[in-house]
Design a protein around this ligand. Sequence first.
Ligand code: NAG
Ligand code: NAG
Ligand code: NAG
Length: 814
Amino acid sequence: MMNTISSLPCQRLFWAIVFFSFLIRVAVEEIRYSVFEETKTKYIIGNLSKDLSVDSKGLRYRKARLDYQGEKRYCGIDLESGNIFVLERIDREALCGTTTPCFLHFEFILENPLQLHNVILEVQDVNDNTPAFPKDTIKLEISETVSTGSKFQIARARDLDVGINSVQSYILSPNEHFSVDARSSKDRYVDIVLKSNLDREIEGEFSLLLTAVDGGNSPRSGTVAIQVFVQDVNDNAPRFSQPLYRTRLFENSAPGTSVIKILATDMDEGANGQITYYMNHLSDSTHNLFHIDENSGEISVTGNLDHERASSYEIEIQAEDGGGQTGHCKVQIEIADVNDNAPVITVKSLINPVPENIVVGSEVAILNVKDQDSGENSRVSCSIPMNLPFKLQHSIKNYFTLVTTTLLDREQIAEYNVTIMASDGGTPTLFSTTTMRIQVGDINDNAPAFVLQTYGAYVIENNKPGTSVCSVRAGDPDWRQNGTVLYSLVPSEVNGVPVSSFISINADTGVIHAVRSFDYEQFRNFNVQVVARDNGSPPLSSNVTVSVFITDENDNSPQILYPAPEGKSLMTEMVPKAALSGSLVSKVIAVDADSGQNAWLSYQIVKSTDPGIFSIGLHSGEIRALRDITESDSMKQNLIISVKDNGQPPLSATCSVYLLISDNLAEVPELKDMTYEESNSKLTSYLIIALVSVSTFFLTFIILMVAVRFCHRRKPRLLFDGAVTIPSAYLPPNYAEVEGAGTLRSSYNYDTYLTTGSRTSDFKFITSYNDNTLPSAQTLNKIQNQNDPFEENSFIVASSDSEWLVIVQYDIGC
Ligand SMILES: *[C@@H]1O[C@H](CO)[C@@H](O)[C@H](O)[C@H]1NC(C)=O
Ligand SMILES: *[C@@H]1O[C@H](CO)[C@@H](O)[C@H](O)[C@H]1NC(C)=O
Ligand SMILES: *[C@@H]1O[C@H](CO)[C@@H](O)[C@H](O)[C@H]1NC(C)=O
C-alpha cells in the first residue's frame, strides 16, 4: 500500500514527524507518531533515539524494548538505529472500528537507568473497504393503492472506513415510480420514495438497483437489488365483453344442452380476480329452465323449453369477484320453433242429426283448427275423404265449415263418419284427425210400400170366424213413427154389406181375419182395399187390393133334379118297344151346389128290374138301351140310380127311374103296377096329373125362354135343344150355376161360373177353355166336337157388358 502512496503523504509524514518531535521535546515522556493503516512491514515510522535523545549505541546495552498491551506487537524497534517500524499489518477497522482517531499505545522502556516513554501511534484510515448492504436483494411489497410520497425504508449500506471513506451517497437505478432519499434519514435507513401511483394491472413488479458510493479517493460502491412487488387491490370489477349476448336455441333442446358461454374478465388477481357467475332476477317460469355454471359461465338448459309458452328469455347475469365487485350483462335466448305440435281440431258447432231434406250447400258443422307452432309449422290444411256428401270450406282465419254437396237420404245412408284430417306445414308434417259422427235425421219422405202388388187370400168355406186369412205387409224405410205402418181396410161394400163384416185387419201386423164363416155357394170372392199408413205427420199412405177367394168344400150332396126324388112325384119314361140297342131312353139330371171335383157327378145303376137291358152313362147320366128291346122283356122296368160327387169324402144321392116299355099311352094305367113299393091307385092318378102339369110347365118355360131371348137380345140365352128338358123349377135356391153344368162330360171343362166380378177377374176358367171360347162377345159360338159328333154340341153364351158370364153346355140327343 505504501507503494501506491505518492509524494503527498510523504510530505505530510515529514511535517508530522517534525511536529511530533517538537512535542516530545515539550513533553518528555510522551511521543506521538502517525502511520496509515495497512502500511507494509519494516516501514520506519520514526527514530526513537533521535526523538528521545537517547544514544542509539547504548540501546542494546540498556535493553531497550517497545511494549504493547495486546496479543500483537504491530511495531518493533531497531536496536541499532533506534528506528520504530511496522512489524505486522495494522488494520484500523480491526483495531478501532468506527472510532476516530485511532491510537495505538506503546511503552518504550530503557533499563540502566530505567527510562519509560509513552509512544502513541495514530493509525490513519485508508479507503480499503467497499460499502455493503446487509442483503443482496430486498423485497418490497407495496399495495397499489399507496399514495405518492410514501416512503419505504431500506437499510443503509455500511462502509467500515470512516470519514470521507465511508458511504457518501446513494443512487437508485432509473425508474418512473421511485426515487431515493438519503438525506432525511439519520441513522440506518435510506428512504425509497413513491413518485407516482402504482397500478398492478399495468406493472406489477419492478426491479431496482440501489447503489451506495463512498467518498474515497477512488470511490468504492456497493449495490442492493430491490424487488418491488405491487400488491393487488380489488380495484377492478368483472367486465363482460359485451353488454348483451344473443343466442338461439331450438325448443326441443334436451336438458344439458349448452346455450352459451359468457366470460367476464377481472384484471385483479387472486381472489379479487376470481369470478363467479349468477343469474339475477329469475322469474319462476325461467327459474327451472336454465342454469349457469358458477365458475365457467356456461349457461345450459335444465328444463323443457317450449316455444309456444315463451319464445324468448332475457336473463341478467351477474359476475362477482372475490372482493364483491360485480359486473352485469344480459343474455337473450330466442327459442326457435320446432314442429312439435300437431294441429288441434275443435268442433265448434254441429247440426246433429242433419235432416235428410237439408238444402245442398248448407252448413253442417263449424270447425276450428289450431296449431300452436309458429310460422310454416302452424300453416294448417284440412281435408275430408272424397266419397262423402260433404266438403270442407275454409272460412275466416282458422275456421272451416262443413257443407253438404248432395242431397242426403237417410234411408240409404243414415250416418256418416266424417274424418277430418288436419296437417301442418312443418317437416315432418304432423297430422291429427277427428271423426264426427253425423247422423241423418229422418223426414217422412217414404210412403209405406206393399211387398206385393196384389194379395190373394184363399179361404176354405165354412171357416171358423176369426181365422186368419192372409197377411199383408208394407215396408216403410223411414225412422220410428215415420216408418211405423198401420193397416186398415178401406170401407166398401160387398153385396151391399160393409166389408168390415166379412174381414178385419190387425192394424199392427197386417194379418187379415175372417169375421164370419163364408159360404162358397153364397159368394166366392170379393176384393177389399187395404191402406197402409205411416205415423208421420202428415202421414203417407198407399193401398193394395186384397182379393179374397173362398174355396169350395164338399158340403153339398148332389141334388137330383130329374127324375124328382121319390115320394114327391112319380114319373115314368116311355120306352118304345122297338128301341134299339144304344138308343137314349132317359136321362138323370143332378146338380151339385159345390164346384169342381166336388160337383163332378158320376151315375151308377144300383139296382134294376132286369139288369142288362139298360145302362147309364157314368158321367152323362144318360140311360140307354144296352140291347134291342124284345117282346119278352118285362114292360115295367125300374132302375135305382145313385149319383155321387167326387168330393172327399164323396156325397151321394139316389133316385128311381120308372121305365115303361110300351108304344101306347093307353097302357099307362098299368103304371101303378110298376112301383116296387106299394103305391096306391091314388098315387098313380097323381102321377099322371103331375106328369101332365110338368109337361105343361116345361112347355111354358120353353116359350118363356124364347120370349126372353127375343125381348132381351143382350141377355144371355139358354139354349135347349134336345129331347130331355129340365124344368127350371127344379133349380135349387141360390144356385149360381146354370143347370146342366154339373153334368158336363169330363172331357170338357166342367167349371162354370157366374161371376159377380168384372171381366177383368182373373178367374182361371176363361183361359182354361178352348181359345175359341174367349173372344166372343155378344155372339154365340157353336163348337162342334168333330171327334165325337154323336156326343154333344156346346154353346157358350157370353156377354161383354153384363156383369156375368154364362156358359151353357148341353147335350143334344141324336
Ligand atoms: C261410425 O263410427 C262408429 C264408432 O266408431 C261406429 O260404431 C259406426 O258403425 C260408424 N258408422 C259408419 C257409418 O261407419
Ligand atoms: C218424422 O218426420 C218429420 C218430418 O216429416 C220429422 O220432423 C220428425 O222428426 C221425424 N220423426 C223421427 C222420429 O225421425
Ligand atoms: C189407393 O191408391 C190409388 C193410387 O195409388 C189412389 O188413387 C186412391 O185414392 C187410393 N185409395 C185410397 C182409399 O187411399
